[in-house]
Write a protein that binds this ligand. Structure first.
Ligand SMILES: *Cc1c(COP(=O)(O)O)cnc(C)c1O
Length: 290
């Protein structure tokens, strides 16, 4: 069996450190074979489903999660159906199909695709709301700790909150429970911010802007719980800030990431940062970048 994800490097960023006035480290999840951290959580979720006897996998994501599930299914040697909404670009559909997945187009946005997937046969792999997913994502924190690094702040982009839940779990595993976390959304996808402000889950009427990968109308309960328990700072950046950060990152580090990832990078430059000492930015990546 092929490994389901790779160990990614953590590199210091001289230009970002200079601007932030404190060391900035980048955990390069964009260097996963499918271009994002999704490879971890989806990989582990798929492996567990197959171990439990699943003969066919199924997921509902037009983005990086669908791509990661397609990749994992191929590695595990099982067929997979990926339901994508119409918003998913042709190039992303093609990447998913190239892994051997059956691609079904249904509905306008992720929520529609997800409802349709629930009516199909196969073990449904949730793109962000499952303990196996969080456990897989947590491994990225284990790697940074293994590298001997201990940050004074961790910066994480938030869509449905699977990454946030996994990072919080990983931080607890390695004894970083007291390290502050900055959770970042764009203004048009700020479902965690709305939930934290209300003290309970909130569903956005619409998803707006360029960071579609962050566009879950409601975050998972686990993400809200960890954000409240750990008293995380939650911030929203503008689309323009996210796009500018993608461009700066491309020029300074010669790698292309999605606007969703740009949101996290932008937050390092926008406003005062919590905590003291090195800032660890999870460079979540994204294969829909163009
Ligand atoms: C999925 C994804 C996110 C958001 O992750 P959640 O687990 O949904 O919060 C952020 N960036 C990229 C590139 C992603 O693929």
């Amino acid at each position: 069996m092929r490994p389901l994800w790779v160990r990614t490097p953590t590199i210091p960023s001289t230009p970002m450190s200079a601007r932030a006035g404190r060391p900035v480290w980048l955990k390069l999840e964009n260097t996963q074979p499918v271009g994002s951290f999704k490879q971890r959580g989806m990989g582990l979720s798929c492996a567990r489903a197959v171990d439990a006897g699943a003969e066919r996998l199924l997921t509902s994501s037009g983005g990086n999660a669908g791509y990661a599930v397609a990749w994992a299914a191929r590695a595990l040697g099982v067929p997979v159906t990926v339901v994508v909404p119409r918003r998913t670009s042709e190039s992303m559909r093609a990447r998913i199909a190239a892994e051997g997945a059956e691609v079904v187009v249904h509905g306008e946005v992720w929520d529609d695709a997800h409802v349709h997937a629930q009516s199909l046969s196969g073990a449904l792999i949730h793109p962000f709301d499952h303990p196996d997913c969080w456990e897989g994502h947590a491994t990225l924190v284990h790697e940074v700790a293994d590298d001997g690094l201990r940050p004074g702040l961790v910066v994480v982009a938030v869509g449905g909150g699977g990454l946030l839940a996994g990072v919080a779990q990983g931080m607890a595993d390695v004894g970083w429970a007291d390290v502050p976390v900055l959770a970042v959304e764009t203004e048009g996808t700020a479902s965690l911010g709305a939930a934290v402000a209300a003290g309970e889950l909130r569903t956005l009427d619409a998803i707006e802007g360029v960071a579609l990968t962050l566009g879950a109308r409601t975050v998972c309960q686990r993400a809200l719980d960890v954000a409240l328990e750990r008293q995380m700072t939650v911030r929203a950046v503008t689309d323009a800030q996210a796009l500018a950060a993608v461009d700066t990152f491309r020029v300074e580090h010669r790698m292309l990431v999605e606007p969703s990832c740009g949101a996290g990078l932008a937050a390092v430059e926008a406003g005062t940062l919590p905590g003291e000492g090195p800032v660890l930015v999870i460079v979540c990546g994204g294969a829909a970048a163009r």
